[in-house]
Structure formats: structure tokens, C-alpha cells
Design a protein around this ligand. Structure first.
Ligand code: HEM
Length: 142
């Protein structure tokens, strides 16, 4: 189910990632302040338009893509995700914010998939994202 639902989304990572991050900033506006690139990230619009921010959107979507590709063997991503969690600890992201990213991911899926977004599909995505966030959170705490 996850693979099928990701097929077309994965080909348009940036626009879908933008929907996800716009939602994230609606839910937790303080996260904007963690993106301190050379260009100013003073307002949501400034931030969403900056190339560095678009790069981060792409990076997040590539991690989701990697998780979907390694669905049968998520453990193979463990070291990468532990390290990613550590990096986020270093840039000041709290582990609770990872859960808000999860909510934003589900919001984006709902917008993009319309009526094919069902309760079992939502649960399947939540399960996969929980595995990713669990490894990132362990790395964060190390
Ligand atoms: C790097 C912020 C969530 C994937 C970074 C950086 C910042 C940041 C400031 C360093 C600068 C940069 O590379 O742009 C945040 C914030 C998040 C968040 C505020 C919200 C909670 C996530 C999530 C993922 C992710 C959920 C993946 C599932 C990445 C990757 C990098 C990165 C792959 C590059 C790491 C490297 O340099 O090796 N993030 N991030 N981020 N983030 Fe996030």
C-alpha cells in the first residue's frame, strides 16, 4: 500500500514536500527559527522560498523515499538514521518536533491522495514513519 501510494508522489518530491513543511510551520511556527541559513528566514514565505530550505525539503523527501524503498529492511537504514538524529540534536531540533513532522506528512498524503487515503493506509504510513523517528530519536539521545 505504501509503495503504491508513494509512486506518483515520489516523482514530485518538492511540491509535496512544500505542502508538508507549510503545514509543519502552521502547527509549530517556532521551527522556522531553526533554519538559519545565510538568506533570511524571517517569515514563512521567505523561508519556503530560500534555496537552502528547498534543499532541506528535498533531503527530507529523499529520506522518506529511502524508507519506502527499504520497507522490507528498514534496519539497513539504522546507522544513517541514528546519525541523522544526532545531527538534528546538534541543530536544535527537539524529538517532539519529529512527531509534528509525522502529522504534517500525513496531512500532505491526505491532500495528495484524496479518497485513496484510507484509514489502513494512514496507519501503514504511521507505522513506517514511527520506525524512522524511533531510530532518529535514539540517535538524538546518544
Ligand atoms: C539537515 C532542520 C526534520 C532530514 C537539517 C539541518 C537543519 C534541519 C537546520 C541542517 C541544515 C540543512 O541541511 O539544511 C530540521 C527541522 C526539522 C527537520 C527544523 C523539523 C522537525 C527532518 C526530518 C528529516 C530530515 C523529519 C528526515 C526524515 C534531514 C537531512 C539533513 C537535514 C537528510 C542533512 C543532514 C546532513 O547534512 O547529513 N535539518 N529538520 N530533517 N535534515 Fe532536517
Amino acid at each position: 500500500m505504501i509503495r503504491d501510494s508513494w509512486e506518483s508522489l515520489g516523482r514530485n518530491k518538492v511540491p509535496h514536500g512544500m505542502v508538508m513543511f507549510s503545514r509543519l510551520f502552521e502547527l509549530e511556527p517556532a521551527l522556522l527559527g531553526l533554519f538559519q541559513y545565510n538568506t533570511s528566514c524571517g517569515s514563512t514565505q521567505d523561508c519556503l522560498a530560500s534555496p537552502e530550505f528547498l534543499d532541506h525539503v528535498t533531503k527530507v523527501m529523499l529520506v522518506v523515499d529511502a524508507a519506502v524503498s527499504h520497507l522490507d529492511d528498514l534496519l539497513s537504514l539504522e546507522d544513517f538514521l541514528l546519525n541523522l538524529g544526532r545531527k538534528h540534536q546538534a541543530v536544535g531540533v527537539d524529538t517532539q518536533s519529529f512527531a509534528v513532522v509525522g502529522e504534517s506528512l500525513l496531512y500532505m498524503l491526505q491532500c495528495a491522495l484524496g479518497e485513496t487515503y484510507t484509514a489502513p493506509l494512514r496507519q501503514a504510513w504511521l507505522n513506517m514513519y514511527s520506525v524512522v523517528v524511533s531510530a532518529m530519536s535514539r540517535g538524538w539521545a546518544q
